[in-house]
Design a protein. Structure first.
Lengths: 200, 95
């Protein structure tokens, strides 16, 4: 029973942050593509941007901000060794993620129903800038949605470990890193929201 | 700063205040988008987004309480991104 596993708190967090930096550069590249094409096709982007559902976007922004709050509170709770509260906060975060993805499902269904999807007949006859907008939209938001799915699964896995007691007030870097990943998902949405839903 | 005390605990009250600020800024950015400021609302929206992400990084992600290494790495990442964006636009705008 006396096997000691080596734990390096600072190293674990540094590793997570380095990974998050690569994620920032990945999405940064997609935002750069958006900016360049917006410069090239201003009218087409404006026309395509009018088809976005601002209500869905705003609701999902509020949901992700709230989920981020709950994830941060979960870290505070585990640091205070309050396992019960930690589990409630993590449950709330995952619930927000599920609501976010459900909204996304209805939003995309509506858009695809209106004939906006890659290579659709409607976009094939539209000016080239409009299909570029929707390709970038589906790529960026789809990749972000995948991150929401991964983040929610990660936090569910961490919650199981909290329940079993292997993540606790004395060893919580797994929860902290999971929460960091979740905040990154929120961070990227904070830029997706104005770029795709508001400024056009 | 954090070398001596690696685990700074953020109280619920601080976190809730940051959350309220983020919701207010979201409302503000939706409102700004409805104004007709020509190109002004693009920069306004981006400025608000930067402010919001600053709050998320500083408080929710605890960067305010981290040591020098992580802060410098964040700075390095953002500078790299700024160079990419700057050089690309240098090409796109003056081609």
């Amino acid at each position: 029973m006396t096997h000691h596993t080596h734990k390096d708190y600072a190293g674990a967090k540094l590793g997570m942050w380095l990974f998050l930096f690569t994620e920032l550069l990945l999405f940064g590249g997609l935002f750069l593509l958006y900016a360049v094409y917006l410069k090239r096709y201003p009218q087409e982007f404006t026309a395509a941007g009018r088809e976005m559902h601002v209500v869905f976007g705003t609701a999902n922004t509020a949901i992700l901000i709230t989920s981020s709050l709950l994830a941060a509170m979960a870290v505070t709770a585990i640091q205070r060794d309050q396992r019960r509260q930690t589990l409630w906060f993590l449950g709330g975060t995952v619930l927000c993620a599920i609501i976010f993805l459900t909204n996304k499902f209805f939003e995309w269904s509506a858009e695809i129903g209106h004939g906006f999807y890659p290579n659709s007949p409607r976009l094939a006859t539209a000016p080239p800038g409009e299909s570029t907008f929707f390709s970038l939209y589906y790529l960026t938001v789809g990749l972000h949605g995948l991150h929401v799915l991964i983040g929610a699964s990660l936090l569910t896995w961490v919650a199981v470990k909290v329940k079993r007691g292997s993540v606790h007030g004395g060893d919580f870097v797994l929860l902290e890193n999971g929460a960091l990943y979740w905040h990154l998902v929120d961070l990227i949405w904070i830029f997706i929201f104005p770029l795709y839903y508001l400024i056009l | 700063m954090s070398d001596g005390t690696p685990h700074h605990i953020l109280g619920y009250n601080t976190l809730i205040k940051v959350w309220l600020a983020l919701l207010l800024l979201t409302a503000l950015t939706v409102w700004v988008a409805h104004l007709n400021l020509a190109i002004g609302h693009v920069w306004g929206s981006l400025a608000i987004a930067c402010l919001k992400s600053g709050l998320v990084i500083a408080f929710f992600m605890h960067m305010r309480y981290e040591g020098r290494l992580l802060r410098w790495l964040l700075f390095l990442t953002l500078t790299t991104l700024a160079i990419y964006i700057g050089l690309t636009f240098f090409d796109v705008l003056y081609r």
